[in-house]
Design a binder for this molecule. Structure first.
Ligand code: UDP
Ligand code: MG
Length: 310
C-alpha cells in the first residue's frame, strides 16, 4: 500500500488540533492509503504539545517533532519534509485554511503522474483588504524581479512525491521561500485552485514583522536585480552631479557670477545622501543573508520527538 505523509506546522494552534485531526482522519478513512500525520510544533507556548502527545497516544498515524523554539513556518515545514517517509508528502497548515477535503483530488492528480500538485489560493474568505492588496503588489514585484515564476496566490498547501521531496532536501539554504524553491525543482506540476476558508479558530500567527521578513527573503533569494538597481541609481546620480558641476564652473568662470545658490547644494547633498543610504541598505540586506548562510548553522533543532507513549 502506498503511504502518504502529511506535514503540518503548528504554532499555538491548541484550538485547531483536535478538529484538524478529526477531519483529516475522516478523509483518509475513505481512501486506501497508509498515512502518517507529522505535526511540527514550532515552539508553541500554549497546550499544543500536550494535545499532540494525546493525539499520538490515541492514533498511531500521528507523530510530532517539537522544535526547541520558534523557527518560523518555513523552517517548521522543512523539518517535516526532512522526516517524512511517505511516497507522497502533503504540506498543509494546521488551522484548517487548507481544507483536508481537497486531499483526495490531490492524490488523484499524483496517481495521474504529476509529481508536484501545487494549490493556488484564489481568495481567502476573511483576508483583510491590507493583506490582499500587499500580497498582490508583492507577487507582481517579485515576478518582475526574478527569473523563476512565482505564482500569485501560491500557497504552501502542496503535494510532492518522494523524488521531489528528496530533491528539495538538497536545498539547505537558511532564508527559505519554499514556494519559490519548489518552482525551481522542475518535475511535472499540476495546479489546483481553491478558496481558503477562514481559520477554524485563533488568530493568524504571521505578524507584520514575520510577513515583511518572509517577503524580503523571497526577493533576495531569487533575484540580484535590487543590487543592479542600486548601481544604476548611482550612475544616474553621478551623471546628474557632473551636470551640476559643469553648471557651477560655467557660472563662476564664464558668467563671473556670485556664489551659486545654497539651495542647489542642499538639494544635491540630501539627494545623494538618500540614494547612498538606499544602496547601502540593499547591500546590507544581501550581506546579512550571506552572513547567515556562511555560518552553516542547523536550520532547526528538534527538542523532542513524540510518538505513541514516549
Ligand atoms: N506557523 C508556524 N510558525 C510560525 C507562524 C506560523 O509554524 O512562526 C504555522 C501556523 O501554526 C499555521 C501555519 O504556519 O499552521 C500558517 O500560519 P497562519 O495561519 O498564522 O498564517 P496565515 O494563514 O494567516 O497566512
Ligand atoms: Mg492560516
Amino acid at each position: 500500500m502506498k503511504k502518504v505523509s502529511f506535514v503540518v506546522p503548528v504554532y499555538n494552534e491548541e484550538s485547531n488540533l483536535k478538529e484538524f485531526h478529526k477531519r483529516m482522519t475522516a478523509v483518509m478513512a475513505a481512501l486506501t492509503y497508509d498515512y502518517e500525520i507529522i505535526f511540527v510544533d514550532d515552539g508553541s507556548s500554549d497546550t499544543s504539545p500536550i494535545l499532540l502527545q494525546e493525539l499520538a497516544d490515541q492514533d498511531s498515524h500521528v507523530e510530532a517533532y517539537l522544535l526547541s523554539r520558534n523557527y518560523g513556518h518555513q523552517l517548521a515545514l522543512t523539518c517535516g519534509l526532512d522526516h517524512a517517509e511517505g511516497d507522497a508528502v502533503i504540506t498543509m497548515d494546521g488551522d484548517l485554511q487548507h481544507p483536508p477535503e481537497m486531499v483526495p483530488e490531490m492524490l488523484a492528480n499524483w496517481e495521474k503522474g504529476f509529481q508536484i500538485v501545487q494549490t493556488i489560493r484564489k481568495a481567502t474568505e476573511d483576508a483583510s483588504f491590507f493583506k490582499r492588496f500587499t500580497s498582490s503588489v508583492y507577487y507582481l514585484l517579485i515576478n518582475k524581479l526574478s527569473r523563476v515564476e512565482i505564482t500569485p496566490g501560491g500557497s504552501d498547501f502542496r503535494l510532492m512525491d518522494k523524488q521531489a521531496v528528496q530533491a528539495f532536501r538538497l536545498y539547505r539554504e537558511r532564508a527559505r521561500f519554499i514556494r519559490g524553491m519548489v518552482n525551481t525543482l522542475g518535475f511535472k506540476v499540476a495546479r489546483m485552485e481553491f478558496v481558503a476558508p477562514p481559520r477554524f479558530a485563533g488568530k493568524s500567527k504571521y505578524s507584520l514583522h514575520k510577513m515583511l521578513h518572509f517577503a524580503l527573503d523571497g526577493i533576495t533569494a531569487f533575484s540580484n536585480l535590487p543590487l543592479r538597481w542600486a548601481l544604476y541609481c548611482g550612475l544616474l546620480c553621478g551623471l546628474i552631479s557632473l551636470c551640476v558641476i559643469l553648471h557651477v564652473l560655467f557660472e563662476k568662470y564664464v558668467m563671473n557670477d556670485a556664489v551659486p545658490g545654497w539651495a542647489t547644494m542642499t538639494v544635491s547633498i540630501t539627494f545623494l545622501g538618500g540614494i547612498q543610504l538606499i544602496g547601502i541598505g540593499i547591500l546590507g540586506e544581501y550581506i546579512g543573508r550571506i552572513f547567515e548562510e556562511v555560518k552553516q548553522r542547523p536550520l532547526y533543532i528538534v527538542g523532542r520527538h513524540i510518538t505513541k507513549h514516549t
